[in-house]
Write a protein that binds this ligand. Sequence first.
Ligand SMILES: Cc1ncc(COP(=O)(O)O)c(C=O)c1O
Length: 381
Amino acid sequence: MSIYLDHAATTPIDPRVKEAMDPYLVDAFGNPSSIHTYGRDVRAAIDVARETIARSIHAADPSEIVFTSGGTEADNMALRGVMVEARSSGKKHLITSQIEHHAILDTCEYLEKLGFEVTYVPVDSFGRVYLQDIQNAIRPDTALISIMFGNNEIGTLQPIREIGEFAREREILFHVDAVQSLGLEEINVGDLPIDLMSISAHKIYGPKGIGALYVHKKVKMMPQMFGGYQERKRRAGTENVPGIIGFAKAVELRMQERERYREHLKQLRDELFRDLKVKQIDFVQNGHAEQSLLHIVNLSFPGIDSETLLMNLDIAGIAVSSGSACTSGTIHKSHVIEALQVGEERADSAIRFSFGQSNTIKEISYVVNILRDTIQRLSRT
Ligand SMILES: Cc1ncc(COP(=O)(O)O)c(C=O)c1O
């Protein structure tokens, strides 16, 4: 049996998405910047895709969508683009949270090296950011607040409306990383006070290497890539045409099927918690029980090392993720679980389960059985 429970890392391409992309891999290969028919046909398809994505988040105008190579580039573009632009008006301060994705945190670190200043607001033990902390961090030279919609490791949702309203009052730009939330949560930039928002296709059954930054018309942003007139000079480079077409198809499907998908995820989530209790497995949840993305459940199993558990589950054909990232043989602890300040042991034993459309209740039951057996075995050693 092979069970994939790592959909927050990436999802497979939906066959309907692949079908939409296929013609743009071979037949419709023109460069959208070319003025002949080959180019114009592809340009028209990109325009439609841009409209679909803009409509799905209720953007006022399709030109507010800037295609990027994914969520990481969108995050980089937002922070660097806004901060470099803000410098000309004497602003150099940015506020973010301690539990953002590394695409944000590492960009902040880079910006600090360039002389910008960053405040990293803390979170509570459930991973929630408090408006009060943001209010306290504000300075006259604050240009931008960047807070994620929902966390990729523990799922916790943030008070986006509250933070955005405060930012608008103070005329501070507000960026939201919605990479994990797109297609799951109601994201309406026409209603929510969001100025910039990062999204990515491969978390919603679209292709890898394509994403977008929503940029409200009023936002001035310095481009980070030069060399052409694409994306209204905000992101030079020949467009990833099959990627863009696939992204739009994935977005369209998620919009049509969102309620059904949410229901499916809720059932899987409830079943996991129910079965863990029935089988008397000792666990503690990292993150918020209710204010959470539906596809992410992060649990710590007291006394069990997450890396060992992950490897044992992998041997049993179950793919999950631990909070820690392994780079060049060094294991880094999850900065997210650490920020919850719930003790080192919980960080060392945290496992992220993330569900998707192909998972079944039967699979959950199998996973919990394997978990019980593995934990019992590891506890004895
Ligand atoms: C919250 C969040 N932001 C940004 C990214 C980066 O997106 P991409 O993989 O498209 O570069 C991810 C991917 O895991 C994410 O979960």
